[in-house]
Design a protein around this ligand. Structure first.
Ligand code: BGC
Length: 377
């Protein structure tokens, strides 16, 4: 029997001991107990922070903290039945408070960048915090990734966690009280499903996403440049040297951005200055939930399919990861040791009238869904 290195809620450990058996043994894993457990993880802003452990009936496990709504791990078996996390993260709260680059976090009110940290809406100029050079990134100085969300566990057969946050009128410079609900569900088909809902009392830009970084091999000493990616996007949004879209929608055909057929990430990597950090314009007819990307890794045999209702996907190849933080198991998280596939609206949409609108108005309901489904093939 193999043991697992993650520090989880006490009651989940017993469950996982079974889930970590070798392939042959785990066929009979009789005591996998699907459900959600909760452990105290510390205090932030005078509020208690918890770590929630969601286990499905196969023994797949997702851990989420209500600090930043952060997914701290997603533990699944590889082709030999060995369990490890495909999402990078930490086993305690302290490193999250040192501001890692959004590992696993919920991002809002506006994911990605807004140029010059400002936008005009109904004739009013809204000034935001410039926290990325002259631009604003991922909601500003204290975005949704740095607040404590109210959490509740559904009394259901499928493990899920509901997080709520009220972003007050004027917070980080954005107009309107925005009531946000995010529900995480771990299905028995290995899907981490994320449902985002929001309502406002004044028109405001909204672009919610999750910033999990993946390394499907479960071991950050393996480069993600060796993983294979498909993105169902015939075009992308080129950026200036501050990573703000120029406004052009450019065809990927004949460029290093063509992932319409599965391609090793490293194949054309040298041709992309600074690495991939671009929004792909997903091929889709409407906003129904569709498969938009697929990532696979030959070492572990794992594949991850991404489904979303969103129009865009930011593929970020971990170009600024620098070894400052260590993953589960104490491995340094270095350049290109993990990647993000952030489902979203296009960056800088509030300043780009030709991009799909991100403005939510009073009376409207913001609703988006993204699924990361991990399997072994
Ligand atoms: C951005 C990157 C940024 C990273 C971490 C990604 O969404 O596109 O430019 O470095 O988040 O902040």
């Amino acid at each position: 029997m193999k043991s697992i290195k993650f520090m989880l809620a006490a009651s989940a450990v017993a469950t996982l001991t079974v889930a970590c058996n070798t392939g042959a043994e785990s066929k009979n894993a009789p005591s996998i107990k699907a459900g959600v457990t909760k452990a105290n993880w510390g205090t932030v802003d005078g509020k208690t922070v918890y770590l929630y452990t969601l286990v499905n009936d196969k023994g797949d496990t997702v851990t989420i903290t209500n600090y930043g709504g952060t997914v701290t791990s997603f533990i699944t078996p590889d082709k030999s039945g060995k369990y490890s996390s495909v999402i990078i993260g930490f086993d305690s709260l302290a490193p999250y408070l040192q501001h890692p680059p959004y590992f696993g976090a919920l991002i809002g009110r506006y994911g990605n960048r807004i140029g010059d940290a400002k936008f005009t809406l109904d004739g009013t100029v809204y000034q935001l915090a410039a926290n990325d050079g002259k631009n604003t990134l991922h909601g500003g100085i204290k975005g949704f990734d740095k607040v404590v969300w109210d959490a509740s566990v559904a009394n259901d057969t499928i493990p899920s966690l509901t997080l709520k946050y009220l972003s007050k009128d004027g917070e980080e410079g954005y107009p309107g009280n925005l009531n946000v609900t995010v529900q995480y569900t771990l299905t028995n088909d290995g899907e981490l499903k994320i449902e985002y809902d929001a309502e406002t009392d004044k028109p405001t830009p909204v672009n919610l996403t999750n910033h999990s970084y993946f390394n499907l091999s479960g071991d950050v000493s393996n480069s993600i440049l060796d993983e294979t990616l498909m993105i169902n996007a015939d075009s992308y949004t080129p950026v200036d040297n501050t990573l703000i879209p120029t406004g052009e929608i450019k065809a990927v055909k004949g460029t290093p951005f063509d992932f319409t057929s599965p391609k090793k990430i490293g194949k054309d990597f040298a041709e992309v200055k600074g690495g991939y950090d671009h929004n792909f314009v997903l091929n889709r007819k409407d906003n129904s939930l569709e498969k938009v990307a697929s990532l696979s890794d030959s070492i572990s045999g794992r594949t991850m399919d991404v489904y979303t209702t969103q129009p865009g996907l930011q593929f970020y190849s971990g170009n600024f990861l620098d070894g400052r933080f260590a993953n589960h198991g104490n491995q340094p998280i270095t350049l290109h040791s993990a990647l993000a596939l952030e489902t979203q609206h296009f960056p800088d949409s509030p300043n780009k009238p030709d991009f799909p609108s991100t403005i939510l108005k009073p009376g409207e309901k913001y609703h988006e869904v993204t699924i990361y489904q991990v399997s072994v093939r």
